[in-house]
Design a protein around this ligand. Structure first.
Ligand SMILES: NC(=O)c1ccc[n+]([C@@H]2O[C@H](COP(=O)([O-])OP(=O)(O)OC[C@H]3O[C@@H](n4cnc5c(N)ncnc54)[C@H](O)[C@@H]3O)[C@@H](O)[C@H]2O)c1
Length: 245
């Protein structure tokens, strides 16, 4: 994979899959824009990215703040000229409560971050991609959006929406040289662990282990690459052959 002369923007890039994707894009020559709501951890990733001979810019940005997102995109275009790759990764997912016990406000919060965050960033970036006749959008969904997870009904619903949005939007922009795909991780090693290659035993997959942040980053980068030019409108699960719940 060669991303030289390309710019990749990753949301929620301070930890976990987003951080690993930022590192992998940089390792493969992309200029990288990282954004996150967590300033301290974002700054740590920006420092890490300095190890690579690419340009890096970081923005503290809440994906629910549409005005701020437009500012981020304006500044990014001013700096890099274009955005070739958008990875909508920021999300809320750590929640375990029954449908009956989940307050409506919690539903709204999850819909705002997981669905509208993806909508706002895509709306801000896509017109430039269409104009350039080139773009790669990768939305990070979840197996929860495919199978549905008990006690994560609201989360599952938001990820199902992201998958449907991916498929529908891909059809609209296929003629414009823009591909839109989603990646649905199964269980991933805890992002609190700084090692992007860390895996631990898991009964949820036939492989008997969690996926690593870097394995997810590999799929994200592949979908963003030239090699994946003919893949669009797909939701690709990366789950170690999941035991469907
Ligand atoms: N980790 C898993 O097991 C797993 C499984 C399936 C899907 N996913 C999906 O993968 C993606 C990454 O998950 P992860 O576990 O690697 O990371 P994570 O959940 O630990 O971190 C997500 C990042 O998003 C940021 N973020 C949260 N809300 C934000 C907001 N409003 N604005 C901007 N940034 C915000 C956080 O600060 C954090 O840096 C998510 O979309 C998640 O739903 C993860």
């Amino acid at each position: 994979m060669d991303f030289r002369n390309q710019t990749a923007l990753i949301t929620g890039a301070a930890v976990g899959i987003g951080r690993a994707a930022a590192l992998k894009f940089a390792q493969n020559g992309a200029d990288v824009i990282v954004s996150d709501i967590n300033e301290e951890k974002l700054n740590a990733v920006i420092e890490e990215l300095k190890a690579y001979p690419v340009r890096v810019k970081g923005f503290v940005c809440n994906v629910c703040d549409e005005a701020r997102i437009h500012e981020v995109i304006r500044e990014s275009i001013a700096c890099f000229g274009k955005i070739d790759i958008l990875v909508n990764n920021a999300a809320l997912w750590r929640c375990w409560s029954s449908f009956v016990e989940t307050p409506v406000d919690e539903w709204k919060k999850f819909m705002d971050v997981n669905i509208m965050g993806t909508v706002y960033f895509t709306k801000a970036v896509l017109p430039g991609m269409i104009e350039n006749k080139y773009g790669r959008i990768i939305n990070i969904a979840s197996v929860a959006g495919v199978y549905g997870n008990a006690n994560m009904v609201h989360y599952s619903a938001t990820k199902g929406a992201v998958i449907a949005m991916t498929k529908a939007l891909a059809k609209e922009v296929a003629k414009d040289g823009v591909t839109v795909n989603s990646v649905s991780p199964g269980s991933v090693s805890p992002s609190e662990n700084g090692d992007p290659n860390y895996s631990q035993p898991s009964e949820l997959s036939f492989m008997g282990r969690t996926g690593t942040d870097m394995e997810n980053a590999g799929l994200i980068c592949y979908l963003a690459s030239e090699e994946a030019a003919y893949i669009s409108g797909q939701n690709i699960q990366i789950d170690g052959c999941r035991k469907k719940q």
